[in-house]
Design a protein around this ligand. Structure first.
Ligand code: ADP
Length: 548
């Protein structure tokens, strides 16, 4: 056997930082201030990243130490993304919307030594620090040190002052590409938060996939509005992919409401945007109230939860194409993307592809495992638990005493996603539901996601979620928690009538409740765990309960 003559070329984040700094000095990170943008060029991101690394080294941060962020999407956060992994430390992004108990648990579990915090959320962090004895330094960004009150033993620094006199060069160490670079915890939608640790190599390869046309086609002529938080699966990898592609990123900072988002869109004229469906729901309502041309967006990537088909149509009406994608914290997150194949002739046929969760790139292997433990055929009908494998899919969960391969989450080297799916012969995957959210009624299964999409396609409904609730006769029945457009829209007979032609009769829910907002998780998904709990505790006024 002859040897290849090729070089190895380690796939590291520092190489991306240096590349973007030299090759794309014109591209920038643009953070919204409420009135306009404050810009940081990629040259400045590299400079600031090096200053941060120098400052952290003086504070005693060493390779492998965990450096956390408790921050919005903004210029400083991008520079920390650049500097911390490049110096060989591990960036740990903390979700701003976790409960205090979860936040304290995660900070201790990851053993964070330093925390960067935005002044605007510092009051939230301060009480956590009472329960996190290993944190030594807190660095306040975009505000004064007294924004944080810290216990004895924690030194509080001001970001700009800390890095002011540091050098803009840092001798990045030769890390191994398989070394840990960034860690994130799952948001715990269906259980306790679990730690996932990405390597330089996994991030690099995942960034490449975002720049391909199978992924997001991110390029140096794009401006991407990165709404998806940097504290949730690395803003879907955009901060790193942008360094590779040379694309400008618009960062919303704390301005995540529809009105400022539309102001950013108007002023920054992004070509791409990425966020979960609930964000677009709000943007759409705002657009209907105050029409604005957003057709310069060539594509909006939506994932993290199923995109209701009605939303895709709605955005078609604004002249903006929604592209549906699927992923999870454990998959870095980009898994599949719904781009219709060549040769699809009618709009209707195209639409049928666009509402699926899409096809997997070459690097991600997928299979669906049936109740019998066997891989199911890709016939578009057979259902099974989706399992995936590949270079940016986690192989275990982080534990301080050694990473664990939990049998309930891994199957012979494959990640068990907990999602139930079908796959067509040409590779288009459709998530039927999360296994835990499927509703079993009289022995038949209902997909809660499918049902809620159909319910929400009624123009009288703003948003709706469906969960299974106990029923004496059928074991379990679907319960609808919805927000309606006007007070007149609370007639459940009208809603049931609307469903008559769209779902089998036995699926039509009896129990309905109307509220002003459906509870959401820390990352903006319908919080079905909380809905079930409120239902069980009798917190909702139920209309149509046959057992009442
Ligand atoms: P958590 O598991 O903590 O909610 P993640 O953001 O990692 O956080 O969630 C991943 C899950 O989100 C997937 O397993 C899947 O159930 C759901 N999901 C992501 N994208 C989609 C999508 N396009 N359609 C349906 N469900 C999705």
């Amino acid at each position: 056997m002859i040897q290849s003559t090729m070089q190895h070329g380690a796939l590291t984040i520092s190489s991306l930082v240096e590349y973007s700094r030299r090759i794309f000095p014109e591209a920038s990170i643009r953070t919204w201030t409420g009135e306009g943008f404050r810009d940081m060029s990629f040259a400045e991101v590299g400079d600031t990243g090096a200053k941060i690394a120098n400052a952290l080294t003086k504070l005693g941060v060493q390779r492998g130490d965990r450096v956390a962020t408790f921050m919005w999407n903004n210029n400083e956060h991008q520079a920390i993304y650049a500097g911390v992994p490049s110096m060989g430390a591990i960036l740990h992004t903390l979700n701003l919307r976790l409960s205090p108990e979860q936040a304290v648990f995660i900070i201790n579990h990851a053993d964070d030594k330093v925390i960067f915090v935005d002044a605007s959320v510092a009051p939230m962090l301060s009480p956590y620090l009472q329960g996190t004895p290993h944190v030594q330094h807190v660095i306040v960004c975009n505000g004064p040190v007294d924004a944080v009150s810290a216990p004895e033993g924690v030194t509080v620094h001001q970001f700009d002052e800390l890095i002011a006199d540091e050098s803009t060069t840092y001798e990045w160490p030769d890390v191994d590409e398989t070394d840990a670079a960034v860690m994130c915890y799952t948001s715990g939608t269906t259980g306790d938060p679990k730690g996932v640790v990405y390597s330089h190599r996994s991030i690099y390869l995942h960034s490449m996939s975002i720049t391909t046309t199978m992924g997001m086609g991110l390029s140096s002529t794009d401006t991407m509005l990165a709404i998806v938080p940097m504290f949730h699966v690395m803003s879907w990898g955009l901060p790193f992919a942008a360094m590779m592609a040379g694309s400008t990123l618009i960062m919303p900072d704390r301005f995540l409401q529809p009105e400022p988002l539309l102001a950013m869109i108007d002023s920054g004229r992004p070509t791409l945007a990425a966020a979960v469906p609930t964000i677009w729901q709000g943007v759409s309502a705002q657009l209907d109230a105050n029409p604005q041309d957003i057709s310069h967006l060539r594509e909006v990537i939506v994932g993290g939860a199923a995109v209701p088909p009605a939303m895709i149509k709605k955005f078609d009406g604004y002249g903006v194409r929604i592209t549906h994608a699927w992923g999870m914290t454990e998959t870095s997150p980009l898994g599949s993307v719904a781009r219709p194949p060549m040769g699809v002739e009618t709009e209707e046929a195209e639409f049928a592809y666009r509402v699926t969760q899409g096809r997997f790139p070459a690097q991600v292997a997928a299979r669906i495992i049936g109740d019998d433990g066997q891989a199911q055929p890709w016939d578009g009908e057979s259902v099974g638990e989706l399992e995936v494998a590949g270079p940016w899919i986690t192989a275990s969960y982080y534990q301080p005493e050694g990473n664990v391969v939990d049998e309930s989450k891994f199957d012979d080297g494959w990640l068990r996603t907990g999602d139930v799916a079908t796959i067509t012969p040409d590779g288009f995957m459709t998530i039927v539901d999360r296994a835990k959210d499927m509703i079993k009624t009289g022995g038949e299964w209902i997909s809660s996601v499918e049902l809620e999409n159909i319910i929400a396609s009624n123009p009288a409904i703003v948003e709706a979620t469906v969960v299974g609730v106990p029923d004496k006769k059928w074991d379990e029945r679907p319960f609808v928690l919805a927000v309606v457009r006007t007070d007149e829209d609370t007639d459940i007979d009208a809603h049931k009538k609307y469903l008559e032609d769209l779902v089998p009769r036995w699926q039509i829910p009896e129990r309905w409740s109307f509220v002003t907002e459906v509870p959401k998780t820390s990352v903006g998904k319908f919080d079905k765990k909380r809905v079930r709990k409120h239902y069980a505790e009798g917190d909702y006024t139920i209309i149509g309960d046959p057992e009442a």
